[in-house]
Design a protein around this ligand. Sequence first.
Ligand code: ATP
Length: 282
Amino acid sequence: MRHERWAPGRPKLIACPAGGGRAVTGGEHMNQAAPLLEVRDMSVAYGKVGAVVNARLSVNQGQIVTVIGPNGAGKTTLLAAIIGALPANGSARGAIQFAGEASDATDTSIERMVARGMTLVPERRELFGEMSVADNLLLGAFQRYRSGQRDHAQTMDEVFALFPRLRDRRTQLAGTLSGGERQMLAVGRALMAKPKLLMLDEPSLGLAPLIVREIFHIIVELKRRGVSILLVEQNARAALQTADYAYVLETGEITLKGPARDLATDSRVVESYLGLGGRVSS
Ligand code: ATP
């Protein structure tokens, strides 16, 4: 059984299932205030096949937290389980505390989580290609509109201020946008829900390096504006440079966690995720 040992003034130790504990230096993740999101003992299975095992993670208010890991590690599954959007053959158990409210992973739904202030930008972006940029954005505000909040025009202006290129293309069909513009639209649509927590699944996937850089700048800008972010990324270098805190997920288990800066220099992370001799610059 995996457990964490913590003694004041000592580095936090993470014991891996195989017994190889990893020391990660640096401060404690949890500050005095309750975290915005706290996931406890989350396990997810597709049929009888486990995809996530006893995952525990938290995101403090105003933080960027990243989950890195290889293909098929369970990153997408973890986000889907947190927001209550698993495919029909998936089932989750565990506890989710979000914005002061507790829920059971067996009994949650995306509608409820979005209403409570959580949104997900999925890996495949899932835009409506035959609809305009503006209409795709409006869909992001649907739940707020339904609950009587009519501030979508102002929110759209805020999104356009963040992504001027979307303003220029507001009448263009989403299906005709470039890859980078589509990612911006997917993030913009999520922001239309005015989330407390924005979850991003592989925002850099398939994008040119210059656009990746732009997307990561925007993530930092969102944090500056008070949005807390849970970022799943295979681009470990960019993720660790951007995040405050990081988790490594491997074959469904969190094997390492710590302040992102410390993980960026951890020999195993460097070897497995940052390339030989790779270092995240400060
Ligand atoms: P990637 O980085 O490639 O997107 P990931 O870390 O996000 O990978 P997941 O997509 O969560 O990983 O997949 C975790 C495991 O669950 C994989 O073995 C995958 O094949 C399996 N899986 C994912 N979705 C389903 C599904 N709907 N039905 C059955 N198995 C699934």
